[in-house]
Design a protein around this ligand. Structure first.
Ligand code: GLN
Length: 432
């Protein structure tokens, strides 16, 4: 069978192809000269499969799509406090190149607008890095997100620097507020080099998938940045990634995203997918016209809006019954699926305020595929309280889905591989 996904992508491209509205970025001469008809789209899965249609191997400059990744590097290199002291996380509702800073502090409102991104660039690497080595750190960091070595398009970089008056004005403002502490021109030069890194839609798909995959690159397996950094970056993309169109985007598409003026657009669907599109004609916000249409379509066709709740899963309590009679009687609560807070609450409710005549209570996890940390702690607390009520608690957990089954003070659990089966060797039940 031929996979349906590339066919779907090709069909989506065909549907937007006729839309030639918008213009390539005019303020960077090299970009104005780009072929405006290029069109491509990529879905990158979290296990490294790339589906694509159209121009997915054409190189273009990353531009503002570098901003969330540079922000991730700054957070990783300097820590949250140092970065937040200089760049906020509030949507500005203004254009990407607005010369605006917070009144009191002079802080740029967020790292997705140019003022914030120029500052963020200055925060990558250790404080003593010279401008050239900082650019190296940025390019290497972007490369780690892409899973291959990336390089700078010198022609686009020089072309943007020739006309960088507005970014220089922003950097000078930042310098006057002591948000930047070095030569503003050197910082803008580094920032523009960062924006001039060459990528393909395929690269952008992988970069987005790395964000969707808690910071682990699906191709290289490298943990590029830590999970809390990724959560911060995705949150800022969701609120500020599309500039003054961020509210429309959040409601209509609902995927954390970032656009660039060379025509790239990425979306990261946490836990599911990285998405990238490429089409150089831009709308008034500087976002790719056909890219926005494609994302609107992907979101509605594939139910990708992050605020849409997943279909309600079957109850985590699959069955609850008493087995056997007399002293051998066991109360068996069979659980299933993935358990997070709401599922764990359901388990608590199953046993709270009840009196069970059986001494042994078995929680059967055989059909459970995942338990997050809060659910793990809640299940162990249930086990502890049942012990204190005089029960003998068994966890049937053949795949060790619940790590470190220590219920704490006064609790005791017996871990078994099967209902009424032997205690597995080497997995001593925790006792206190
Ligand atoms: N290098 C571009 C600039 O600073 C990036 C802008 C963008 O992609 N939105 O103007």
């Amino acid at each position: 069978m031929r996979s349906l996904i590339p066919d779907y992508l090709a069909e989506a491209l065909a549907d937007v192809e006729a839309d030639v509205s918008g213009e390539p970025a005019g303020y960077i001469p090299e970009l104005a000269a780009a072929d405006p008809d290029r069109l491509g789209a990529v879905f990158a899965t979290l296990d490294g499969t790339i589906y694509g249609a159209g121009d997915i191997d054409t190189e273009f400059t990353i531009q503002s799509i570098s901003k969330p990744f540079a922000y991730a590097l700054a957070l990783a290199d300097r820590g949250f406090d140092a970065v937040l002291a200089k760049v906020g996380v509030e949507p500005s509702g203004e254009a990407f190149n607005e010369i605006s800073l917070e009144d009191e502090t002079g802080r740029p409102r967020n790292p997705m607008i140019n003022a914030g991104a120029i500052t963020t660039h200055s925060l990558v690497g250790s404080p003593d890095l010279d401008p050239a080595r900082r650019v190296t750190r940025v390019v290497e960091g972007l490369s780690a997100f892409a899973g291959r070595p990336l390089s700078v398009d010198e022609a686009v970089c020089a072309s943007e620097m020739e006309e960088a008056w507005r970014n220089l004005a922003i950097a000078n403002m930042l310098r006057s507020h002591r948000i930047l502490t070095e030569d503003p021109r050197a910082v803008v030069d580094g920032y523009v080099r960062q924006c001039s890194v060459l990528v393909t839609a395929r690269d952008l798909g992988i970069m987005a998938a790395t964000l969707a995959n808690r910071g682990v690159n699906p191709l290289s397996g490298e943990q590029v940045v830590a999970e809390p950094v990724v959560r911060q970056v995705l949150s800022v993309m969701a609120t500020c990634g599309m500039y003054d169109a961020a509210g429309d985007w959040a409601t209509q598409v609902g995927i954390p995203a970032k656009s660039g003026v060379a025509g790239g657009l990425i979306g990261a669907l946490p836990g599911q997918l990285g998405i990238a599109t490429f089409s150089p004609r831009l709308d008034v916000h500087g976002n790719s016209v056909r890219g926005v249409s494609l994302f609107e379509r992907f979101s509605s066709d594939a139910g990708m809006h992050v605020m849409a709740a997943p279909p309600s899963a079957p109850s985590v309590v699959r069955s609850h019954r008493a087995m056997g009679t007399g002293a051998d009687a066991v109360r068996v609560i069979q659980l299933q699926g993935g358990i997070r807070f709401a599922g764990a609450e359901r388990i608590v409710r199953e046993v709270a305020d009840q009196v069970f005549p059986e001494t042994t209570v078995a929680l059967d996890l055989t059909l459970v595929h995942s338990i997050d940390d809060v659910a793990r702690r809640m299940i162990l607390e249930v086990a502890r309280r049942l012990t204190l009520d005089g029960h003998d608690v068994h966890l049937v957990d053949p795949d060790s889905i619940l790590p470190d089954p220590d219920p704490g003070e006064g609790g005791r659990v017996t871990v078994t591989d099967a209902l009424a089966g032997p205690i597995s060797p080497g997995r001593t039940p925790a006792r206190r």
